[in-house]
Design a protein around this ligand. Structure first.
Ligand code: HEC
Length: 165
């Protein structure tokens, strides 16, 4: 057999293998996928194809960035003590745009999700059907409450519940 015909057979074999592989895989309907409303699909979706990455990610703090405070109160790392929070905020009074006694401080019951748990923690609450990051932050290293004003521009100050599911 000469080189050319060997190459032809090889190409044919590869083509058959490729076709067989296509037959086994579920056809991906790109149109159907892209016409779906864009929502947060959650890490379980990624796990299907990225098991290795998923497992290593799960072991790190990154996987605990946003936690459901309604499912588990223990994710709130510090007592939500309004008096103590306002006392800490008052120490920053010169830097505050909103006076310390006017800053919105959520109650424990209003906290739906926590953001962060190792260095700092912020709290997600719902106002008029939209989720917001409340304007307070607890710094775990200094054990101090500070104000939090920055909002993610893409969220225009709030975001949908589905962004977190
Ligand atoms: C249906 C299977 C499938 C699912 C589900 C999936 N991925 Fe992927 N992902 C892939 C494939 C295939 C690649 C391309 C790998 C390559 O080119 O080496 C990829 C690539 C990536 C990359 C780029 C990796 C790199 O090296 O640049 C990232 C990041 C990624 N995926 C994240 C995610 C996240 C996050 C999710 C869940 C929201 C997810 N993927 C869900 C199949 C999937």
């Amino acid at each position: 057999m000469n080189c050319k015909s060997l190459a032809r057979i090889l190409i044919l074999v590869l083509a058959v293998v490729a076709l067989a592989a296509c037959g086994v895989e579920q056809p991906v309907d790109v149109k159907a996928i892209t016409s779906q409303p864009k929502t947060f699909v959650g890490s379980d979706t990624c796990k299907m194809c990225h098991l290795e990455h998923y497992d290593s990610w799960k072991m790190t703090q990154h996987s605990r960035m946003i936690q459901d405070a309604k499912k588990n109160r223990d994710v709130i790392v510090v007592p939500i003590d309004e008096k103590r929070i306002r006392a800490d905020l008052a120490k920053l009074s010169k830097k505050l745009k909103v006076p310390a006694d006017k800053i919105y401080v959520p109650t424990v019951d209003e906290i739906l999700y926590t953001i962060g748990s190792q260095w700092k923690q912020r709290y997600i609450v719902r106002k008029d059907g939209t989720l917001f990051i409340s304007p307070i932050q607890y710094n775990l290293e200094t054990h101090r409450w500070v104000n939090y004003q920055r909002r993610l521009p893409q969220h225009r100050g709030g975001f949908r519940e589905t962004d977190l599911q």
